[in-house]
Design a protein around this ligand. Sequence first.
Ligand SMILES: Cc1cc2nc3c(=O)[nH]c(=O)nc-3n(C[C@H](O)[C@H](O)[C@H](O)COP(=O)(O)OP(=O)(O)OC[C@H]3O[C@@H](n4cnc5c(N)ncnc54)[C@H](O)[C@@H]3O)c2cc1C
Length: 486
Amino acid sequence: MGARTGQAYKRRLQEHAPETWIGNEKVTNPLEHPAIRPAVEATAALYDIQWEDVHRAYTLYTEPSTGDMTGSSFLVPRSREDLLKRRLQAKLWAEQTYGLMGRSPDFLNAMLTAWYINRDFFGPYADNVKRYFEYIRDHDLYLTHVLIDPQVDRSKPPSEQPDTFTSLGVVRETEEGVIVRGAKMLATSGPYTDEVLVWPFHLRKPTEKDYKYALSFALPLDTPGLKMISREPYARPSVDDHPLAARFDELDAVMVFDDVLVPWERVFIYQDVERVNTIWKVNSNAFTGHQTSIRLLVKLQFLAGLLMKGTEMVQTNQFPNVQDLIGEVTTYIELVRAAIIASEATAEPNEQGIFIPNVTPLYAVRNSGNRWYPRVREIMQLVFAGGLMYQPATLDVLKGPLAPYVQKYYRGATVDAEEKIRLYRVASDLAVSDFGSRHELYERFYAGDPLFLRIQTQYSAYDKREPLALIERLMKEIMPEKVKSE
Ligand SMILES: Cc1cc2nc3c(=O)[nH]c(=O)nc-3n(C[C@H](O)[C@H](O)[C@H](O)COP(=O)(O)OP(=O)(O)OC[C@H]3O[C@@H](n4cnc5c(N)ncnc54)[C@H](O)[C@@H]3O)c2cc1C
């Protein structure tokens, strides 16, 4: 098997369609549904491009255990060249969607690769993790994931929620596996993926009272009893009028587990509070952080290009304040680029000879990107200003009775009306639409609560030795007597 084509992805999705609800409508064919079809097409294009001759030197590798051509997002890196290969693969896929599909398949492939490398963490279930990784890799399946308990009462742990099975927990065991009930948020891309990976993430550390919620497992999305309740779709029918929303809306959904059987071979953590609280030891952020930083780099470059082109069209790019704001965006780009390169250059082989990206610079991106992206969206509003509102409701006006006015009043300094309207519709999609607002929310929260993430990774667990050594040296210089007396 190995790497898939877009056609193979679509065929499987049709044969194993997840149960998705959009309002009271049950989606029967994700390939044809107007809210899901665009994301399916965008994803199929990713699977296709990995096979193109010009790219396959880095998008694919020959997996030694199977002899199959396999996607590089499953590659266990044994050299810096392998890390570069992973980077080029992630960059190509991000460029295909302009960085707008955060949960493209390589995101969870990266997470699962880390789980596979560090599978000993899973103790009695380590072999399940190994076999699951190999199955997903060898069939090139697409995963969504759900970590968070439903936002019902955040002041209480899972065991004290209003209903015993508000949070996802074990109902009973059978010979074949475990019956689970409850809900999880938020399955981004769930309605057009193959499988779901479940593991719990809590801001409040669970205690032994919460043991029955301390679970990790994976399931095919057409498993009986599994349902997704989608948010309102932001996909639009016209690529002319909504060039991004019409192509790249990755749906988010709440996943409901209505007495679902999880076979024993799909269980990774079972009623184990200790492992849930220490899952950071798997270091999956090193691999997902590499992929998400590359995607953020592409997204910021896309936005910078949009700002450069849009301001050139109306010549606001002559003003120093506008140049300064665009320069702020390119600063973020270069910092992200530097962090990605640093994570590869300072990766050291572990005892198995595997090169794991250095997570420290990648954490710095994660803890800044969730603030930079909202700022860049603000910069788009500051720079494009009324231009974001002065576009006609539809590009069809260029063929209607108002066309002479539109040609005259909607042109730019350097371009005609059609070109300018088209570019500013891209800007509107990002800066002022519901699709664009969701992107801001996504960048703020996709990796978890930005506040706690920064406290944990940039302060509590941060290596403070170098900063403190400088202060200690200075203290010795300015208080030599005190140091001598100690
Ligand atoms: C667009 C989008 C896509 C997402 N995709 C996915 C996905 O694919 N898979 C997935 O699993 N998750 C996904 N998420 C969920 C994401 O992981 C969470 O949004 C994030 O972890 C924050 O949790 P929350 O939204 O439940 O906010 P909450 O935890 O409810 O926080 C709300 C507010 O309360 C504060 N707060 C909450 N608890 C505490 C506390 N104990 N102490 C102090 N303050 C507290 C927070 O700081 C915050 O200000 C997605 C989210 C978004 C917005």
